[in-house]
Write a protein that binds this ligand. Structure first.
Ligand code: ARG
Ligand code: ZN
Ligand code: CA
Length: 401
């Protein structure tokens, strides 16, 4: 019998894991192995780190038709991406990041939750929906920097107190020159603050699913960077090398790139970090924030957004995994509970041969999705094992052809 060495190592890890589980050491069991064809799967790690900052967000859906009135499930898919990138348990090494930049990747350690109380103290699901008449308000400004969309009197909707909520507007931005727009902290006022995103670039489900290459929820990751004071790597100097993003471990470059550049790219005599979230490449090609960018975000928060950090929906009780269920939604399998309450736990997707296909963790997130397309999930039967401390729950499901 021929045993492929990679399979052998893999089974050893699985064996070790099952022993560890039995001994109540599930938390120590970290599985970061390449599956058969050399694909790297995610790492399961204990929830040892507390997020440095927590913020509550409100989504204001501004629509003229049903298509633009995006679903809750699509908004949850955006929140999932946001937390995956901003509140990663560990900054695992990503083989897609060029070697010379890989070690610079850092987790911002910032967690986002959906607001559960509105400014009047009433219960909310963190989403407002407003039917508007004029889609042109999406990027229209009045007297300098008053944004129509952020003012009820101008045909939009007033922001919720910006020292308590991060206001995120979803609207059709086909009239605008960018998918997203954010107010820098030093430009923010009590009336104009927050982020505006095209309704087709929110999350990865619904109107985003077919909006390639902006279909992975990275637009908000980028705009949130601006919201916390990050600049494009070029410092918006596209003709000279004098631009500065005020971050020392990002290279000086005169281009923020687009599409999905091949490696390496050089600019201003440096290798360009075109795959940074603060460049302007396609969603699948945006891969990292650096340590320096995380430091800058944290100090900007201290300086400009500290009050906001004190108003979070932090007291939302976490649900136990008993209440979780697996739903299939427009091409994705999502693990969540009925009430959209946050939960924590590790998930392992195992095929009928007992091979680990994918693993991931929810850290106080509302939903966790199996990235069917990224992991190339073949038709067949699967087991999804969810673990929380010492309790486990397993779903069996068929991925139909
Ligand atoms: N161009 C916009 C900005 O500079 C957003 C770019 C988003 N890019 C993306 N791949 N989603 O703020
Ligand atoms: Zn930008
Ligand atoms: Ca720099």
């Amino acid at each position: 019998m021929l045993i492929k060495s990679s399979d052998f190592v893999f089974s050893l890890i699985l064996i070790f894991c099952s022993i560890a589980h039995q001994d109540g050491m599930a938390q120590r069991c970290s599985v970061a192995d390449s599956v058969g064809n050399g694909k790297i799967i995610s790492t399961i790690t204990p929830f040892e780190k507390r997020s440095a900052y927590r913020f509550q967000v409100v989504f204001h859906v501004m629509f003229t038709n049903d298509d633009e009135n995006i679903s809750m499930i699509q908004i949850l898919s955006q929140l999932e991406i946001l937390n995956k990138i901003y509140d990663e348990n560990v900054s695992s090494e990503d083989p897609n990041i060029p070697q010379e930049f890989r070690k610079l990747k850092a987790s911002p350690n910032i967690h986002f939750c959906l607001a559960d109380k509105d400014p009047n103290g009433q219960i909310t699901n963190g989403v407002t929906r407003t039917k508007i008449n004029d889609i042109n308000i999406a990027c229209k400004k009045f007297a300098g920097n008053k944004r129509y969309i952020m003012h009820t009197s101008l045909g939009g909707l007033d922001i919720w107190p910006p020292d308590q909520y991060i206001n995120i507007y979803a609207i059709n931005r086909e009239q605008c020159n960018a998918l997203g727009e954010s107010v820098f902290p030093w430009d923010a006022t009590m009336e104009d603050d927050g982020i505006i995103i095209d309704y087709r670039a929110i999350g990865f489900i619904g109107t985003a699913a077919n909006n390639k290459p902006f279909h992975q929820g990275k637009t908000l990751v980028h705009e949130m960077g601006h919201y916390f004071g990050l600049k494009h790597l070029s410092g918006d100097h596209h003709n000279d090398c004098l631009g500065d993003d005020f971050v020392s471990d990002t290279p000086i470059q005169s281009d923020d790139y687009s599409g999905c550049p091949s490696n390496p790219q050089s600019s201003c005599g440096n290798k360009a970090m075109y795959m940074n979230y603060m460049c302007t490449v396609d969603d699948p090609c945006m891969l990292l924030f650096t340590k320096g960018q995380v430091d800058r975000m944290h100090s900007i928060i201290q300086q400009y957004r500290y009050e906001l950090a004190n108003h979070s929906c932090i007291d939302v009780p976490e649900t136990s995994i008993d209440e979780l269920f697996l739903i299939y939604n427009q091409g994705f399998y999502q693990i969540k509970n009925q009430d959209n309450k946050p939960w924590s736990g590790n998930c392992e997707l195992i095929d009928t041969r007992g091979h680990l296909i994918w693993a991931s963790a929810s850290k106080q997130s509302i939903s966790l999705s199996i990235p069917v397309f990224n992991i190339n999930l073949h038709p067949g039967m699967y087991f999804l094992r969810i673990s929380q401390n010492n309790s486990h729950k397993t779903f069996k499901f068929i991925n139909f052809p």
